[in-house]
Design a protein around this ligand. Structure first.
Ligand code: THU
Length: 132
């Protein structure tokens, strides 16, 4: 499947506008691409009990999964960070479980044309799993 990277990155940038980050002020947007071409966006949501905060990648993934999507070909993540924000360890674990074959695109919201490319497998080798 030919992936329109720029379209997915733009979707992540749009999703970022929905971030609820009153504590860190660090707004992150994510967008997942399904094999059928559907794009599901999400953004980080923070809590005054900081540990309850949920990252953009997991919000997007939970939205997609609970909407019935089961396969993902790519995920884009955008924040104002030089070179683009790297998914945290917790998000890598969830992506490894539910989007193991996905490609990962990250971009700085100030420069959406410069995209770093990774894979979920590459970002979390030998991930922990219970089901095959
Ligand atoms: N954050 C994400 O949304 N994704 C990541 O991969 C790392 C961090 C959010 C969580 C928190 O709201 C803010 O960035 C600062 O850590």
């Amino acid at each position: 499947m030919k992936i329109d990277v720029q379209k997915l990155v733009q979707a992540a940038a749009r999703a970022r506008a929905g971030a609820v980050a009153p504590y860190s002020k660090f707004k992150v947007g994510a967008a997942l691409l399904t094999p059928a071409g559907r794009i599901i966006g999400g953004a980080n949501v923070e809590s005054a009990s900081y540990g309850l905060t949920c990252c953009a990648e997991r919000i997007a993934l939970f939205k997609a999964l609970t909407d019935g999507e089961k396969k993902f070909v790519a995920v884009a993540v955008v924040a104002r960070w030089d070179g683009g924000p790297m998914p945290c360890g917790a998000c890598r674990q969830l992506l490894a479980e539910y989007a193991p074959d996905a490609r990962v695109f990250v971009a700085d919201s100030a420069d959406l044309d410069t995209v770093q490319k990774f894979t979920v497998r590459g970002l979390l080798p030998r991930a922990f799993r219970l089901a095959s």
